[in-house]
Design a protein around this ligand. Sequence first.
Ligand code: COA
Length: 191
Amino acid sequence: MRHGAEAGDEMPESRSDGPPSPARTTPRPDGIEVVELAGAERERAVPVLKEGFEGIYRWHAKRTLRTATWVRAASLGGEIVGVSVLERLEPEVGYIYYLSVALAHRREGLGAVLLDDALELFRRENASVAYGAAEDDNAASIALFRSRGFRLVERKELSFRDGGLGACGLRSRMTLVGGEVLLGLRLGPSA
Ligand SMILES: CC(C)(COP(=O)(O)OP(=O)(O)OC[C@H]1O[C@@H](n2cnc3c(N)ncnc32)[C@H](O)[C@@H]1OP(=O)(O)O)[C@@H](O)C(=O)NCCC(=O)NCCS
């Protein structure tokens, strides 16, 4: 269904040679808890996914919700206001498949809290690299990934297994479509 991200790799930001932004974390907003959703409970995340994605993405996000390795939710007084759908693609590779925050709660730091939570989980699971994807014009998502030190990954890069960030062999399993960019972050004990 999805194809490579060549178009997105051409975006000007990918040409930046500067160092990645230092990793940072956002304090959890008052009353927010991050919880794991398992089994049938995952259906509770559908409304928030619907607010984040349209068309084929929405369909695919709902489908992936049921099969993903982990689904984490930001809960406010029991209401789900944000969700992350996370996959372990390989023992050493964590993939942020979908991240969505309810429209009424955007720009409150919840996307950052969910991304920090995902990175913490990947580190606990001994992953050595994390990837996320976004449409090349999704400024909010790209800025969020960059704020945690992610950088755009070029197709020609040395594989993550050889010390680079190249995701060779994994791109098809990430179901990237044209117009999407791949972002990556090497996870070290101190990264
Ligand atoms: C991307 C998304 C998850 C961000 O969630 P959020 O809770 O609004 O983001 P946060 O408040 O935690 O913002 C964290 C950082 O992300 C960046 N950011 C978030 N929204 C932004 C926007 N609209 N424009 C530019 N930067 C933005 C900023 O760097 C921000 O840090 P700052 O507040 O210190 O400037 C949310 O916009 C969303 O659900 N979008 C629809 C679904 C989607 O595109 N998901 C990502 C692809 S899988």
